[in-house]
Ligand binder design. Sequence first.
Ligand code: ATP
Length: 312
Amino acid sequence: MKKEIVIRTHKLTKSYGNTIALQNADITICKGEIYGLVGNNGAGKTTFLKMLAGEIVPTSGEFTLLGENTQKGYLKARKRMGAIIENPAFFPGMSAKQNLEYYRIQRGIPGKEVVEQTLECVGLTEAKNKKFKNMSLGMKQRLGLGLALMGEPELLVLDEPINGLDPSGIIEIRNLLLKLNQEKGVTMIISSHILAELSNIATQYGFLSKGKVVEQISAEELKEKSRDYLEIRVTDIEKYVSLLESKMECKNYKVMADGSIHILGKIDKLTEYSALAVNHEIGLLFFGMKEVNLENYYMEIIGETVEAEGDK
Ligand code: ATP
C-alpha cells in the first residue's frame, strides 16, 4: 500500500542575510512516522521547523503540508498540526489549567473539557492548579506538549522537546509521544542534537549538517548498518592503507576525516592488521573493535561531508 505523505519539501532554502541556514532540503515524511531530525547546533533544524509552522517564510523552494501547498492551504493544514518551537509563552502567575484555557479560547478550540483532557493526557491533572512559575522543568515541557496537543493534531512538530530534562522526565515524554503515535497514529517530526534520545523513538532519520540534509535513513536501515568495525590509528596513514591493499587485498576500509582507518565487514584476521603496521615500521596509535551506534554513524557521515568539501 502506498504511504500517505504528510510533509514533502523540495529544495527548501532559507537565508538570513548572508547566512544560509537551510539549503535545498528535500525531506519526505509519511503518515505515522516519527521522524528524527538530527543535527548539531546551528545545523538548521529550528529553521526547517519554523517554515513548516509558518513562523518564517522560505527564501526559495516549496513544501506540501498535509496535502496543502498554497498560503491559504497552509493555514488550513496548520489547524491539524501542533507545534512546539522554542519555549511557548506561558503566563508565569497563571496555573497550568488557566494557561491552557487561555490558549484554548485564543485558538477557538470548542469545549471546556478539552483542557482537563489535555492535562490528563500529559500527566498534569494533579499539578493543574500549580502556577507555571512554580512548575518543574519537566512539568513545563509537558505543559508545552499539552498546548501542542490541544485540538487533537494529526501532526506534531517538536523542536528539542526533551532538552534540559532529567532522565525520568525524558522517559515520561518519550512514553507519551510513543503512546500518541501508536494509539492515535499521530505523525511526528522531532528535532534533537542528542541522538541517543531519538534512537528510542524515531522510525526515520534525517541528518542535517551546516544547513544541508546529508542523509535520510529508516531506523531499520540504520540498524542494518550498525555493525562492528575495526578502528586503527597509525602514524603513516598513506603507507598503511597502501599496504592494506597490496598485502591484505583489503578494499573494505574507510579513512575518516579525523585520520582513523575503519575496516568494515567480517574481520577474522585481527592480528594481521596490527602486524601489518608493526612489521613495516608504522607506529600503531590505536587498535580496537568499535560498534557503530547512532552517534558514531552520525559522526561518520558528517566526517565524510567534511572530506568531500575538502576535496573540492
Ligand atoms: P540549535 O540546535 O542551536 O537550535 P539549529 O539546528 O536549530 O540549531 P538554526 O537555529 O535553524 O539551527 O540555525 C541555523 C543557522 O541560521 C545558524 O547559523 C544560525 O545562527 C542562523 N540563524 C538562525 N536564525 C537566525 C536569524 N533570525 N537571523 C540570523 N541568523 C539566524
